[in-house]
Design a protein around this ligand. Structure first.
Ligand SMILES: [Zn+2]
Length: 299
């Protein structure tokens, strides 16, 4: 009798405790429902713009392309697609490398910001209509991209307008200052890039004369011998101290020129992506512009 009673009480206690747990344990909120604005960016420039504008705001910013990855070889993973679709703000460049974005169905809750709409585009070379997607390589363009992104975000979140405006002003001033420095630098010697050339916007904006192994981000890796000969001649004629290759690239063509002339190799940063180290240390696009200006001025 006593044993039965004890058992009954025990069972009752367990039931009460279970009901209590079900009622009072706080439900685990789904990841996207943390109250923060979820910003999903594709590549480094879009991440940099998001980070600058959302500074101090309650936002989660994700960059889909991992640091150190060659963006022209990027393919979105299923998780990347889910992240893009569940974003409050999705921000991308909108050039040929972002063709995958066109296939995504965004809900009306996602603000999609296409930055190429913020600038006047140019072709990759003089003899093609193919649009050059590397709009971010020019600080002047970058200012337009920042303002454009800010106004789009303000329209969706009017309550954040003041904070966004302040953030735009701060970063915009840094970029405007660099823009001025590029204009004042007056680099008159032709720059020799023994690599791909994603700097057409930069060259056009600041009237840089250049010879490059390939236009845009062409896939070929063997430059034609005529181009190499022209680069070697120019180095000899102008006694050019430095030629350039891009970050995360190989120096094969540059080495051919070095062997013929004793010129030295320096890096120009295209800013497509950052190395893991640069990403970890919080390198900004402003830092990339500074590095490039320094490298160009030394030439
Ligand atoms: Zn590219």
């Amino acid at each position: 009798m006593n044993k039965k009673r004890i058992l009954r009480i025990t069972v009752l206690c367990i039931v009460i405790v279970l009901i209590g747990l079900l009622l009072f344990i706080p439900r685990i909120a789904p990841k996207t429902d943390d109250g923060k604005i979820k910003i999903v960016s594709t590549t480094f420039p879009t991440y940099d713009i998001s980070r600058a504008l959302a500074y101090g705001l309650s936002a989660n910013i994700k960059m889909l392309v991992k640091p150190g990855v060659e963006i022209h070889e990027y393919d979105p993973s299923p998780q990347d697609i889910i992240d893009a679709q569940s974003a409050d703000i999705f921000i991308y460049i909108g050039g040929e490398s972002d063709a995958w974005v066109d296939k995504i169905n965004f809900s009306e809750n996602t603000l999609v910001i296409k930055l190429i709409d913020a600038v006047k585009t140019i072709a990759e070379t003089d003899d093609t209509d193919k649009i050059d997607e590397h709009i971010w390589t020019s600080p002047t363009n970058y200012l337009s991209m920042l303002s454009y992104a800010k106004s789009q975000i303000s329209a969706k979140y009017p309550e954040l307008n003041t904070a966004l405006y302040d953030n735009l002003s701060i970063y915009g001033e840094t970029i405007r200052d660099l823009d001025q420095q590029y204009r004042e630098a007056k680099i008159t010697q032709p720059i020799i890039v023994a690599d791909r050339f994603p700097f057409r916007y930069l060259a056009k904006e600041y009237q840089l004369d250049y010879i490059a192994a390939f236009p845009g981000c062409a896939e070929q890796t063997e430059a034609n011998t005529e181009t190499i000969a022209k680069m070697i001649d120019t180095v000899k004629k102008n006694q050019t101290p430095y030629i350039y290759t891009l970050e995360m690239s190989n120096t094969k063509i540059a080495q051919t020129i070095v062997d013929a002339t004793n010129v030295k190799i320096r890096t120009l940063y295209s800013g497509h992506n950052l190395s893991q180290d640069d990403f970890n240390s919080g390198t900004t696009m402003a830092v990339i512009y500074e590095r490039n200006l320094k490298a160009l001025q030394e030439s």
